[in-house]
Every structure is written in C-alpha cells, then in structure tokens.
Design a protein around this ligand. Sequence first.
Ligand SMILES: *Cc1c(COP(=O)(O)O)cnc(C)c1O
Length: 384
Amino acid sequence: MPDPSPATDGAGAASELVIDLDAIKRNYLALKQRLGGAECGAAVKADAYGTGADKTAPALFEAGCRTFFVATVDEGIALRKTLPPGKTLPRARIAVLNGLLPGTEEVFPEFNLIPVINDLEQAARIRQMCVEADRAMPAMLHIDTGMNRLGLSPADMDWVAGEPDVLAGPDWLYALSHLASADEPERSENPAQLALFREQCRRLQRPMKMSLANSAGIFLGPDYHFDLARPGFALYGGRVEDGKPSPMEPVVRLRARILQVRAVRAGDPVGYGGTFKAEGDSRIATVAAGYADGYLRSLSNSGGAYIGNQRLPVVGRVSMDMLAVDVSKVDRTEVYPGGYVDLLGPQYTVNDAADAAGTIGYEILTGLGHRYTRRYIDVGSGDS
Ligand SMILES: *Cc1c(COP(=O)(O)O)cnc(C)c1O
C-alpha cells in the first residue's frame, strides 16, 4: 500500500484512516475473474463495511460493478445520490436486502431501488404496487435455504408451488439465497443449501436468474457462482476462509497519532486497572485511538501494532480515546509526539486484529470510528 496523499481535512489533529480504493478495485477485479462468466455485484451495506460508501461505491462502479446491495432504504437513497446518474448506461442497480417494509412503497420507484422480497406479505405488496403502477417493477426474491433469518421459508415455498400466481407481476431480476457457513468450506451445510436452492428455484415454475454466493461462497467453487455473486467482506480485504490467510489485498490502514512517549520503569503499571506492568525499563507511546473509535477494548493487552517493520504490543487496557503501545524496540528517533503507529495495515490486518479480539474482521471494519481523518488512495483517478 503506497503512502497516502497529504491530508486535506483536519490535517494534523487526528489519527488517520487510510482507505485504498485502488486495492478495492483490484479485489473486485480478482473476484470477477474468479467468477468467470457470472456477474460480480458488491455488498456496500453499513457504509461499505465502514470504508465509506460515498467513495467506495463509485470506485466499484468504475471497476465495472453494476449491482449493489445495501441493507436499508436510507442506505439505498444515499447510494443512489452517490453513484453516477441514470444517463450512464448500464445504470447501477441498488437492491435493498432488508426488504419491502410497510410504508416504504413509494421510496423504491422514486429512487429506483430494488426491493429484496423476503416473505409472502412483501410478495403481495410488490404485486399490488405493480398493479397500481401498471408495470412490472423490478424485485429480487429471497429464498431461505438454512439461515432462518430472512427469505421465503420452505413452507412459504410449498405454498408458492401450489399458487404460482402469487409471484405474477414483478420483473424478478434474481432469486437469491444466503449461505450460513461458507467460510467453513468443509461443512456439509454448504452443498445442502446449494441443492435446496436449486430445488426451490425449479419449483418456482418461472425461470429466474440465481444468486447464492457471498465472498466466501465464491471460493467454494463454480457450482456456487450462478448468475450473480454478492461479495462484501473480500472486497475490503477480508479473508474468505476461517483461520486461513486472506487471498485479498488489504484495504484499510489505521495510523494512530502518538500523543506522548513515556519512560516507564520495571514494574510500573500502565493504564486503567494497572493490568500491564512493564517487565523492564520501557518506553510506552500513548496513541490517539480508543474504544470510542471502534478500537475494541478486547484488544487490551492483546492487540498488535507496527512502526516500520517492527511488531509492537498494545499494552494495558484500551481506554475511550487512547491506548498504549510498548515502543521500546523502536529507535527513539522514530517515536515522537505527532508521529504515527500503525494499528491496522498490511502487516497487521483486520483479520489479525479480529483474531486477537476474539471476533470477526467484519466487526473490526464496520466499527471503525468517525474521529479519524479519512484519506482515500485512488491513484487511478488522482488522489482525493
Ligand atoms: C452481507 C451480505 C452479503 C455479503 O456477504 P460477505 O460475507 O460480506 O461477502 C451477501 N448477501 C447477503 C444476503 C448479505 O446479507
């Protein structure tokens, strides 16, 4: 990851979150290549997993992505305003995963959003909307094959099989389903969901394009690719198999500002509760990132950091606005107030931090705070 361009906002004050849009684009193209002929969409919900959908989604569009998935209607509206306008063909499709909730009927056509139909009530609602608009409105059909989260249940599908007209009216762009255990390739649930998805789509008695794979699903092989994949995490550098290194490029670098460097003597405690005691005379850097910035408190005494190629430990408890890093191993000239320590980056990725924190990289990414100065690397179209 190249060094970022100089900050244009809040320069100097804060820690920096550097997001490499070029890496996101390369990750998109790598997934697209792996997919062969299938279309590669992108999940950009939760502000593009914390990376900033207003920057990330246009970058993905530039890389060729035309089908975007958000969770909520509000995310969809914001994204519609961000993406290139409708004159650019083919126009970007925005699908709303949380579905067609009562009271949102008018928003979908107004902002050209596509509802993902998650139950029979929503199916009736989109059907009614088509009657009223006197046109086939676009929609996607979510079929549950084992998540038990959203989507038509097996019982719903039995009913639909007997009453195929309940799906008459909309322009069904895709039938989709979601894998529960794709990041564990050996699990028998994966082929079971695959088989059930195929079976349920056959029973629809109306041909629809199909979409099953999230990031990890793409790596389960071509059987899982169908017509459209919906990766999210892998685009942002996430790994696709539990416990294995990520095949994707890291995207996020978190450079925490050093506020102070302290000499600490052997036996001295650091931070709340004195949970860390220096083994020998040490130098401790207090840096500007804490749990209010999404740096998880569970990384207390377990997180890693880097200055140059030197791995350094996070010591003591993470506090709200600050944490401590033992910088004894780094030359004094490289550690000074105003300097930086990398808390996330190519050497210590969101996946590494997740392991140390006992969580998943998704949570690290989506929790990234808003006090950081954000910088975007976008060499392709000039730094922004
Ligand atoms: C979030 C989501 C995705 C993307 O999943 P990743 O694991 O981030 O690739 C795909 N499909 C659905 C239905 C989702 O909710």
